[in-house]
Design a binder for this molecule. Sequence first.
Ligand code: 3PG
Length: 209
Amino acid sequence: MSLSDPTPLIVSPVIPVITIENARDAVRLARALLAGGLRIVEITLRTPAALDAIRAVVAEVPDLIVGAGTLLKPHDVTRAVDAGAHFLVTPGTPAGLAPALSEAPIPAMPGCATVSESMTLAALGFPVLKFFPAEQSGGARWLKSVAEPLPHIRFCPTGGINGGNAADYLALRNVVAVGGSWVASAQAIAAGDFSGITARAAAAVALRA
Ligand code: 3PG
């Protein structure tokens, strides 16, 4: 695999996208996801607690693959790698960010929302792309349409996906997994609803049994 191919790391059909306000919740959250059978998570760099949360989960929950998400600039790539993340995710991929992702020592899943962006990123060597925001950008119908002209590109759609529509995406041959915040929302984490998170994780795993 090339460094930019995250495929071996995508060990579950759903990647829970996490916004965490308090790093102290991170390990409990990670164990709740694992208890439901999910073995991968994306922790977004949207809060000051995110990097500490990544560090804690990598150190204390070694069975979980940890991605760093919402990387917006090259410095974020460095911060995520230094925190020990296993893979990198961006919501979109401006020209300055792509080389930083290519050169990173861990795989990346750069974000895109159009056919041209997908083609550009695939040509740069990224075989799996985050399609974001999926529902708002054409959803499962968009992905089905691009599977014919772009059979070499696979996607992880994210944005507006939930337990009700995830199966429509997972049925597509160019979808490796879906991402979404519905399994472990910021509210559920803040409320300490870890049993609910485990239940939703188990339901997410069952989407592709
Ligand atoms: C992301 O960055 O992937 C999204 O914020 C997740 O989108 P959702 O909250 O609509 O699931």
